[in-house]
Design a protein around this ligand. Structure first.
Ligand code: C2O
Ligand code: CU
Ligand code: CU
Length: 442
């Protein structure tokens, strides 16, 4: 059937964009050039933050998610620029091997720019990881997962709200999962282990991943690098912006087909060849030493709410962090190199993936609390024991699922340069409407 091509945007004209391969300690300079047209092809349905009407709609700024960089290279949302301009950003890569990703972060319009295609993978490698003998080269493949709504005519569709008091939509769940920008693609693999870097770059959807025929993943890493030891997992759930680094061993599957599934739906097919050049090295029993941050060493615990503002009809109109808007004065101001814990008190009915720029953190625990007591007296009354993170969440993270009815506590050291960064919900519709706050490292 003749369908017109789907317009998309992409870094270097690609969706997802080209993969950056970097090494710890080898700095990189990138000039991000805005060569987009001046008009957006997706509907801009409300006054975007800071919009001046004589300026073109198209504004971009790139952030490398999970990178520890100086504030002026972080892609601060208000550092956006219009077509014909560029930004020169310095990436020191002074951090552990990890699967990072880059994406647009322009104020108020991130959800549309990412939806249009502005995403890509950014890998940091290091010598310690190299010494482990994990699958590398063509046996190490990033899998960028998202979903999109495609209309009958094959065009990308972004939902528009009918509600005049809340002109934006609070979520955008697609009707088609995409793997590396394609609909149910396949890849030919050799009968040997492969390293696959799963990255959820969707606007709002989570992925509930498994393999056909009850095959299992060996999870070796999460957001900010390797776990302490490989973990056998039948299912992996990823909220937006979360990553899972896995090894799948196809050694015993020559000539077979294996599917990567989201719930029951295939999103990628592995066609295992009958033979290959590969070797079958066993995974090392230990991957990386992860020293625990002791929450008792925190100089401060910040209690921060996640809350929803409804319109007169009870529809979610806006989501806020600690009851504050983007433009309210900065209240989170950790000192450089200090250890803090942040406790996210989720007052909404949904889980939110909360992300901090600059730092990697550890999940301390999740603990149920009494919502009624909070609403009545703003006091935290716990209703059950604190649950430590399961092993797959016990490594270094930069995005954490804050469950409804729970206080989710994280611990981190504010390593890096002083300056102004952001933290936000990684549901992009929330981030743009107004679930993002600046914070400053003093
Ligand atoms: Cu994935 Cu503020 O970033
Ligand atoms: Cu980020
Ligand atoms: Cu949210």
């Amino acid at each position: 059937r003749d369908v017109p091509p789907t317009p998309l945007w992409g870094y270097d004209g690609l969706f997802p964009g080209p993969t950056f391969e970097t090494r710890r300690g080898e700095p990189l300079l990138i000039e991000w050039v805005n060569a987009l047209p001046t008009q957006h092809f997706l509907p801009i349905d409300h006054n975007i933050h800071g919009a001046e009407h004589d300026k073109p709609d198209v504004r971009v700024v790139t952030h490398v998610h999970g990178a520890r960089v100086q504030a002026d290279a972080d892609g601060y949302p208000e550092d956006w620029y219009t077509p014909g301009h560029s930004a020169l950003y310095h990436y020191p890569n002074a951090q552990d091997a990890a699967t990072l990703w880059y994406h647009d972060h322009a104020m108020g319009i991130t959800r549309l720019n990412i939806y249009a295609g502005l995403v890509g993978t950014f890998i940091v490698r290091d010598a310690e990881e190299q010494a482990l003998g994990l699958p590398t080269g063509e046996y190490d493949i990033p899998l960028v997962l998202c979903d999109r709504l495609l209309a009958q005519d094959g065009q990308l569709y972004y939902p528009v709200s009918e509600d005049p008091s809340a002109p934006w939509v609070m979520q955008c769940n697609g009707n088609l999962p995409l793997c590396n920008g394609k609909i149910f693609p396949y890849v030919e693999v050799e009968p040997r282990p492969y390293r696959l870097r799963l990255i959820n770059v969707a606007n709002t959807s989570f992925f509930d991943l498994s393999l056909s025929h009850d095959h299992v993943f060996q999870q070796i890493g999460s957001d900010q690098g390797l776990l302490s030891a490989p973990l056998e997992r039948a299912r992996i759930e990823l909220y937006p912006a979360e990553r899972a680094d896995v090894v799948i061993d196809f050694s015993a599957l020559a000539g077979k087909s294996v599917q990567l599934l989201h719930q029951a739906q295939g999103i990628l097919e592995f066609r295992v060849k009958n033979s290959g050049r590969g070797t079958t090295a066993a995974l090392p029993a230990a991957l990386r030493n992860i020293p625990r941050i002791d929450p008792a060493s925190a100089v401060r615990d910040r209690v921060l709410t996640l809350n929803e503002v409804d319109d007169a009809n009870g529809n979610a109109m806006m989501m806020l962090l600690d009851g504050k808007h983007w433009s309210d004065p900065i209240t989170e101001n950790p000192r450089q190199n200090s250890i803090e814990t942040w406790s996210f008190v989720n007052l909404t009915g949904d889980a939110h993936p909360i992300h901090l720029h600059l730092v990697r953190f550890q999940i301390v625990d999740r603990r149920p609390f009494d919502l009624f007591a909070w609403n009545a007296h703003r006091t935290l009354k716990y209703t059950g024991p604190a649950e430590p993170p399961p092993p797959h969440e016990a490594g270094w993270k930069d995005t954490v699922r804050a469950d409804p009815g729970m206080v989710t506590r994280i611990a981190m050291r504010f390593e890096g340069e002083p300056g102004r960064y952001v933290w936000h919900c990684h549901f992009l519709e929330h981030e743009d409407n107004d679930m993002m706050r600046p914070y400053v490292v003093l």
